[in-house]
Ligand binder design. Structure first.
Ligand code: LMR
Length: 399
C-alpha cells in the first residue's frame, strides 16, 4: 500500500478561513480573511469591462487550440506595457521576456524554478513579514529563504535602516523579494526615496531584485504603484517581476498573471526565455487562456480600458475611504489604542495589532474572520458590519 501512512496537513492559513467562514451560520459573520475585493454589499463582482470582454470573446473566439508555454504574445506585450509603461517596455526591447502564467502564484513558482535552474539553492531574502505563500512557492523550488527586517509592529512603520543593513549582506547571485506596492500582509509601502536607495544598493552590490506586483492599481494608482518596478527596470541590468490580474481585473479563479525576466542583453534573455518555456512545459505545458484573453480585450480597446480604469479607481477609492472610516469608528468607540496607521497604509491589508488569542476570540466569539497575524482585508468592511466590527474589536481589547 502506498497511501496508508500519509499524514494530514492543516488547512492553508488563508484559504482555510474561506471554508470556515462559509460554514459559519452567524448572521453577523464578517469575512476579513482572504484578499479578495468586496463591494458595499459584500459581493466580489465581475468587473464591467470583464463582462463585456467575455461577451465579445463568446461571440468572436474562433478556436480553442493550444497556444504556447509563454501564453499569448499579445497578452505578454500588453501586460508588460501595464507594468513598465509602453515607453520603457519598448526601450527594454529584447532584454525583456514576459510569460503569461497561471496567476501570480504560477508566475512566482515559474520564476523560482527558473532561478533554481540558473543557480541551484540561490539565496532569496524576503521581507519579515511577507505573504505566507511566498515561502512554499519559492522555497519548494529549492531557493534558500532568509528574511530581512521590514515592519515595525510597535510604530507601524518600515524598519528601513535595519532592512538596508540586511540587504547589504546580499551580493551577486542573491535575490531580494520586494512587494511592488500594497505590501501583503502589512500595507506599509516603500516611498520613492527608499526605492531609490534600494536601486543604488542593488547596483553597487549586484543582487537581483525579484518584485511581486500583485496589487497594481489598488494603492495610489495604476502608474503610481509601479514607481519601484519601473525604477529598478530602468536602473539595473537584471530584474525578475511577477504580476497578477487577480485583484486589479478581479480575475481570481481564472488564474491570470505574468513573469518577466530582464537581463543585460538580448542573447541572455532569449536563452532565459527558452529555459522558462521548457520549465512551463514540464509543469503545466501552457497557461489557461480565458483570463488572459479577457485582459487582451480590455487593454487593447480604449473604451473597455477606460471603463476598467474607472472601476479600478472606484475600488481603490472605496478601500482608502474604508481605511479612514475604520480608524474613525474605532476612535468613536473610545478605544485608547491609536489605529491611525491604518489610514497611512495601502492596498487591501493592515494588521490590527492583536494577539493570536485576541484574533481567535474575534473568530470564535464574534464570527469575524481574519488571519492569525491580525491581518485584515479592509475591503471586507462595509456599512452594515463596520459598527459590529469596531464594537467586537473593543470587546476583545478590553477582555
Ligand atoms: C491573500 O493574501 O489573501 C491573497 O493573496 C489570496 C491568497 O491566495 O492567499
Amino acid at each position: 500500500m502506498m497511501f496508508e501512512a500519509i499524514s494530514s496537513l492543516p488547512a492553508d492559513p488563508i484559504l482555510g478561513l474561506m471554508a470556515a467562514f462559509r460554514a459559519d451560520s452567524n448572521a453577523h459573520k464578517t469575512d476579513l480573511g482572504v484578499g479578495v475585493y468586496k463591494n458595499e454589499l459584500g459581493q466580489t463582482p465581475v468587473m464591467r469591462a470583464v463582462k463585456q470582454a467575455e461577451t465579445r470573446l463568446l461571440a468572436n473566439q474562433q478556436t480553442k487550440t493550444y497556444v504556447a508555454p509563454a501564453g499569448q504574445d499579445s497578452f505578454n506585450h500588453l501586460i508588460a506595457g501595464l507594468i513598465f509603461g509602453d515607453t520603457l517596455r519598448d526601450q527594454l526591447g529584447g532584454r525583456r521576456v514576459t510569460f503569461q502564467t497561471p496567476g501570480g502564484c504560477g508566475g512566482l513558482r515559474l520564476g523560482a524554478e527558473f532561478l533554481q535552474k540558473v543557480k541551484p539553492g540561490a539565496k532569496i531574502l524576503v521581507s519579515d513579514p511577507t505573504w505566507a505563500n511566498h515561502i512554499p512557492l519559492l522555497g519548494e523550488a529549492g531557493l534558500q529563504i532568509s528574511k530581512y527586517p521590514y515592519y515595525d509592529y510597535q510604530n507601524h512603520a518600515i524598519r528601513f535602516d535595519a532592512m538596508m543593513d540586511s540587504l547589504a549582506t546580499a551580493g551577486q547571485g542573491d535575490l531580494v523579494l520586494l512587494h511592488g506596492c500594497c505590501h501583503n500582509p502589512c500595507g506599509a509601502d516603500l516611498d520613492q526615496q527608499q526605492w531609490q536607495a534600494i536601486a543604488a544598493l542593488a547596483q553597487k552590490n549586484g543582487f537581483t531584485p525579484f518584485i511581486d506586483l500583485a496589487y497594481q492599481g489598488l494603492g495610489d494608482g495604476i502608474v503610481e504603484d509601479t514607481y519601484g518596478v519601473r525604477l529598478l527596470a530602468e536602473t539595473l541590468p537584471e530584474l525578475v517581476v511577477v504580476s497578477s490580474c487577480s485583484k486589479n481585473f478581479g480575475l481570481y479563479r481564472e488564474r491570470t498573471g505574468s513573469l518577466t525576466v530582464i537581463s543585460a542583453n538580448a542573447a541572455s534573455t532569449k536563452a532565459a526565455g527558452s529555459q522558462i518555456a521548457s520549465i512551463a512545459r514540464s509543469i503545466y505545458s501552457m497557461p489557461p487562456d480565458h483570463g488572459a484573453a479577457v485582459v487582451i480585450e480590455i487593454l487593447g480597446d480604449s473604451t473597455l480600458n477606460a471603463d476598467w480604469e474607472t472601476e479600478l479607481t472606484e475600488v481603490r477609492n472605496r478601500i482608502n475611504g474604508l481605511r479612514t472610516e475604520l480608524v474613525n469608528a474605532l476612535a468613536a468607540k473610545g478605544i485608547d489604542q491609536d489605529f491611525s496607521f491604518i489610514q497611512r497604509e495601502k492596498g487591501m491589508f493592515s494588521f490590527l495589532g492583536l494577539s493570536v488569542d485576541q484574533v481567535h476570540s474575534l473568530i470564535n466569539n464574534y464570527s469575524i474572520y481574519l488571519v492569525d497575524s491580525s491581518r485584515i482585508n479592509i475591503a471586507g468592511i462595509n456599512h452594515s458590519n463596520l459598527d459590529y466590527l469596531a464594537d467586537s474589536i473593543k470587546q476583545v481589547l478590553s477582555a
